[in-house]
Design a protein around this ligand. Structure first.
Ligand SMILES: *Cc1c(COP(=O)(O)O)cnc(C)c1O
Length: 450
């Protein structure tokens, strides 16, 4: 804990006091800009995202072949959007009244291959690395049918290379699964947060899992070090990778099509709010970038973090980005939301996206558990605790009159709003673990912030 720093920040950043006290806090960022103004600062373009989407299309025949569960979508790894209106009544009964607009759930929890949002960025990054290697070696050209990557020629070729990553669980799971399928040697450095079943599954696939009794930053550091002096080892840099970010951002255009197919209009009179659970920031940042490209100023992205790991909130709010860790303000970064257990945000994402993310809020672990049980009860959907972080977002935005005034959204318009809660993981959680979540939820009750 850095008491000097806390003192220094006290006046300019009054909400830090709430964060230190682990109070659920919403901050709307008054420094946001229009999409047009903010876009140049991202450092990436619509063309970059288009290229990423095209790369995923090239790989689709390969993905369909290796992961048969994707074959009915022709090898495109995508999740559905569902209406979850029923949970509104339950939330109202618990004191979360007056959500204005409709509630929708984006089920990245049920993305094929690895059952979390990491099936976007993580898999994309490895595919790009594999493609670069194979093209460089004249084994592959962009117009080939990529199904040939299943052949022994390719798995032998990739087995000369390794991939290293540090993770709290889901990124390691994604990287491990796709890398092992391609034939790479994989080293997944897992923080203490990682669930046993994720490590077991990876070892079963022949992945090298290295465990640490410490948090995410140490696991990443070790993975980085391990890869440093080995030119044949590629380090997946969760904190800085532009490719990871682009893999996530492909979601934006796909969501635009999905909503269109559902006859849902998004425009000035029908705003779209999207609530994204945030760990280091690459996932939600990349998705938000894609959404901004697809919907411009009519989409409003809000990041959600556990009260014990509010790294992006803290980084953007203080303007210190990756120069500050939650530990500097005495926060322990210990949370049941293992996908979000990150103490220091990505400096790249925070700086690139700070003008385009409308707000940040924190949520207590106990509420994540209760919401998990509630959603399972009303919709029979299995999520992991991290994936519920976005669930209270619609309550925050509906209640935040200052914020809505800033956006020029009146009560009538707000009634037309769509709230898309991004459920980021849980589809592959074994029943045994899931039942433990439910048991925990039964012991606690939802604690409304008022
Ligand atoms: C990784 C993860 C996130 C957040 O992604 P970051 O890139 O770390 O911000 C959210 N939810 C789940 C379940 C995750 O695994």
């Amino acid at each position: 804990m850095n008491t000097e720093l806390i003192k220094e920040l006290a006046d300019s950043c009054p909400l830090i006091k709430n964060l230190i006290e682990f109070k659920e806090t919403f901050w709307f960022n008054p420094n946001i800009t229009t999409f047009e103004e903010g876009l140049p600062y991202v450092g990436l373009t619509a063309d970059d995202v288009k290229n990423a989407a095209e790369r995923l299309k090239r790989f689709a025949p390969y993905i369909a072949k290796v992961f048969p569960e994707t074959s009915k979508y022709n090898g495109i790894i995508e999740s559905g959007i569902e209406n979850i209106e029923k949970i509104k009544t339950e939330l109202a009964a618990l004191g979360y009244k007056n959500i204005k607009g409709d509630l929708l759930l984006k089920k990245d929890s049920h993305l094929p291959v690895s059952g979390s949002i990491k099936a976007r960025g993580g898999i994309y990054e490895v595919l790009k690395y594999a493609e670069d290697l194979a093209v460089e070696a004249n084994l592959l050209s962009y117009s080939d049918n990529y199904e040939k990557l299943c052949s022994k020629e390719f798995t032998d070729f990739f087995s000369r290379y390794s991939i290293a990553v540090g993770s709290t669980g889901n990124l390691g799971l994604s990287i491990g699964i796709i890398s092992a399928a391609l034939g790479f040697n994989v080293f997944v450095h897992m923080s203490a947060d990682a669930s046993q079943w994720k490590k077991d599954r990876l070892r079963f696939l022949g992945v090298n899992v290295i465990e640490y009794n410490s948090d995410y930053s140490i696991a990443v550091e070790k993975a980085r070090k391990g890869a440093e002096n080995n030119p044949l080892c590629f380090f997946v840099d969760d904190e800085n990778s532009r490719n990871l970010f682009l893999g996530y951002s492909v979601a934006g255009e796909r969501v635009r099509k999905q909503l269109e197919d559902m006859n849902i209009t998004v425009d000035v009179k029908n705003p779209l709010f999207v609530y994204l659970p945030c760990g280091v920031g690459g996932g939600p940042g990349g998705v938000a970038f894609g959404l901004k490209l697809a919907f411009g100023d009519n989409v409003h992205c809000i990041f959600a973090e556990p009260t014990h790991s509010p790294c992006m909130f803290l980084g953007v709010y203080t303007g210190m980005h990756d120069k500050i860790s939650v530990r500097d303000i005495g926060i322990d970064n210990i949370t049941a939301a293992d996908g979000l257990a990150v103490g220091r945000a990505s400096g790249f994402v925070g700086r690139a996206m700070k003008r385009l993310i409308d707000g940040y809020y924190t949520v207590e672990d106990r509420n994540l558990y209760c919401l998990l049980a509630l959603l399972n009860k009303t919709e029979k959907i299995k999520l992991e605790p991290s994936a519920l972080a976005g669930m209270l977002g619609p309550v925050h935005t509906s209640r935040s009159t200052d914020y809505l005034k800033f956006l020029n959204i009146d009560t009538e318009t707000m009634k037309n709003a769509k709230h898309l809660v991004w459920a980021t993981g849980g589809g592959m959680v074994p029943d045994k673990e899931f039942n433990e979540y439910i048991k925990k939820a039964e012991l606690i009750s939802l604690r409304p912030f008022l």
